[in-house]
Design a protein around this ligand. Structure first.
Ligand SMILES: O=C(O)CCC(=O)C(=O)O
Length: 351
């Protein structure tokens, strides 16, 4: 006989099973809720922390703020804060080539300092021979220049640290800063910063990016121009208006507007950056896959009025220069020591 309570028994068992499943769901759900609540409170705690975070204690920054006045606090990159009260801001001007302008990158005092240390040592600037890689004077580049040593003094060192943070390329990938001076009619014809010879890439690899810092304002001309660059914003499609029309005031607007709207013939209609004391232009000579970017072709338009001072920092693919060589020598020395120790050990065993 089939037990009467059989199905009922099964029913009871199922009910119990359902109940216990429901209660485990409830426990899991409660656990989930508690996890969410905990995550929320952690998130709030983080937000609270971030809002009260004022950057790491930095004796150098404190000394600087005493010397230069109050420093803005940047939570993410405190060392990039303006030292002179002007708000630093970054403007992307093109994806092709990848280029950005960092406004108020240098203080006026830093610009003047760089000019002052280079001025007595300027000589005719050279270009790199495509075939041999050697430096040679050329009509392509008619400015004068001087290379600073890396970390030549504390101001240069501080600027180099700032460049590394802005470009996100380590300091030891940078060549020494080159200071350039362009007088009236001096220019630098369009060229690539990446090397096209085999010699120059042997130490530190290819030049991947350039940071061009403007140390002076220029009354007219002297723009950095990318003849094949693709502009992001309409304002870079500045229209050329001839000197007479501008001089007669037909263009209208104040001096600043006129200068913005009426670049020299060399820059008009092309992606360009007008020199502004303290600004820095970062552009990449390679695309994101690491290949040479032909859109990075660029030049310095002739100065038409005034004088132009710049500081250029070329950034290499790998560590470059003295420190790299010292590290490499130390590595070779260590390898040789290990080798001779192994040889001595092998000799001792064989005796
Ligand atoms: O002076 C400029 O605007 C351009 C300089 C330049 O092309 C360079 O230093 O590679």
């Amino acid at each position: 006989m089939a037990p009467r309570d059989g199905p009922r028994g099964r029913g009871t068992a199922r009910t119990t099973e359902v109940r216990s499943r429901a209660s485990s769901f409830a426990v899991a759900f409660a656990f989930l809720l508690s996890l969410i609540a905990r995550a929320r409170s952690a998130e709030e705690a983080v937000v609270d922390d971030a809002s009260s975070f004022e950057g790491p204690a930095d004796p150098e920054a404190e000394a600087l703020s005493k010397a230069w006045g109050p420093e803005e606090t940047f939570v993410v990159l405190p060392r990039l804060a303006s030292l002179h009260g002007e708000t630093p801001w970054i403007e992307q001007i093109s994806w092709s080539p990848r280029a950005q302008v960092y406004h108020n990158f240098l203080t006026p005092e830093e610009c003047d300092h760089l000019i002052a240390i280079a001025r007595p040592k300027m000589s005719v600037a050279s270009v790199v021979d495509k075939k041999t890689g050697a430096s040679k004077p050329s009509d392509v580049r008619t400015s004068t220049g001087h290379f600073l040593r890396r970390a030549e003094d504390p101001v240069v060192k501080r600027i180099e640290e700032r460049i590394a943070a802005f470009a996100m390329v380590p300091e030891d990938h940078g060549e020494g800063v080159q200071i350039l001076r362009y007088e009236k009619d001096q220019k630098y014809d369009p060229h690539f910063d990446y090397f096209q010879d085999d010699e120059n890439v042997k130490h530190g690899g290819q030049r991947v990016a350039t940071v061009l810092m403007y140390l002076s304002n220029v009354e007219r001309g002297g723009e950095t121009v990318f003849p094949h660059g693709e502009r992001l914003a309409k304002e870079y499609e500045a229209v050329f208006v001839d000197e007479n029309r501008e001089a007669s005031g037909a263009a209208g607007g104040d001096d600043e507007t006129r200068k913005k709207r009426f670049p020299s013939a060399c820059a008009a209609g092309k992606l360009h950056v007008a020199p502004k004391k303290g600004s820095a232009l970062l552009f990449w000579s390679v695309d994101p896959t690491g290949h040479d970017d032909p859109k990075s072709l660029h030049g310095g338009c002739a100065v038409e009025r005034g004088e132009k001072w710049t500081a250029t920092k070329w950034l290499r693919h790998g560590p470059y220069g003295a420190e790299r060589e010292q590290r490499e020598k130390a590595r070779i020395r260590r390898a040789r020591e290990l080798e001779s120790r192994d040889d001595a050990a092998a000799g001792a065993t064989s005796v």
